[in-house]
Design a binder for this molecule. Sequence first.
Ligand code: SAH
Ligand code: SF4
Length: 391
Amino acid sequence: MSTGGNVLTTILDAPRAPEGIRLFGLSNQELSEALREFALAQYRIRQLEEALYRQRVSTLDEVTTWSKDLREKIAAAGFSVGAPEIAETFCSADGTERYLIACGDGQTVETVWMPEGDGGDEDEVEEAASSAAEPAKPGSRSWSRATICVSSQIGCAVNCQFCLTAKLGILRNLTAGEIAGQVAAVLKRHGAEPGRDRINLVFMGMGEPFLNFDAFIAAVRLLVEEMGIPESRMTVSTSGIVPGIVRFAAERVRPRLAISLNASNDAIRETVMPITRKWNIEDVMDAVRQVPLRARERITFEYVLLGGVNDRLEHADEVVRLVRRANFPAKVNLIAWNPGPDVPFTMPRAEDVAAFQQRLREQGVPAFIRRPRGRDIYAACGQLKKTVAAQ
Ligand code: SAH
Ligand code: SF4
């Protein structure tokens, strides 16, 4: 494992690279508009899309379906591929890999690869991430499926008290190309092909996707339509941004939805997620009810267990009542809080986590414990960047 301090400081401090106009991240229509002055036939644009999103080229020179002349003309006009690239890799003993991916302006963003060996038959994204299957060996091609955890912003403005990303504040939104580009970079590293390999995406990295809605949904379209990852293999998690959930409900192409509940009532939730003062649990539930669920689709409630704060059996009983009142198909993913420096919480005890799950299940609420991945490489959301930034 590399700590990457010096290298990263260099990257973080790097002067703004001469950017040109980035083509990665643009849709068919946006590419046509950006390159209008060249009056390219539609099949030329399609060749470019193929090269950007399926062959995952790094430079225009690799777009070999185009003549050298055309490639040079476009490059000379200031256009470049401009896909995000992996700047640093951290490998965990459990096969998880965590990356800092360089965006154009010298900023980096976190992305995580979680491979799974064969041995589970769960058909849902969240459960793939929590499967009890044997982890794949690092660096090997022994995985039969994998989940990529994608960031939507650099930092986050929501200020959840247990979350390390919150400590960064919000630095900026990511563009659609920077969101989809994290996936492209990781697929490229592992030689993974969405058509052949079972790749799940979770938008659960840094940031609040519903506070960067346009770029998030544009990225989803690129991932589905250009990169061939089915929307049913994607899950987006939100802290409960009601206007975002309402917009999401109206989207034609959309991932599954997870809500970070993290508390069993508004009083506790306000203390751990101050955003509750703006939209309380009932407001969030009302918005979620507007999402037209597909066959067999369930809403996931994520519940980070914080030792002594929200992990008692009475809290489990309150969660059961909340889920029953919600009156839509739902399940609960329990996550033991991952500790980080200067975050004033304690981990729940293993027996409390197990008892919490059992209490939910006894009362008919499907509940899963998400296995922590990559603890040795700073597993919690935002931990890597925060740790590196502090060096
Ligand atoms: N902003 C979105 C998505 C990113 S956070 C959201 O909050 O839903 C993804 C998940 O990680 C959330 O459910 C969040 O509650 C959880 N999380 C954040 N910090 C954590 C920590 N230190 N340990 C365990 N889970 C954490
Ligand atoms: Fe932002 Fe999600 Fe962290 Fe809350 S848990 S601060 S919404 S990234």
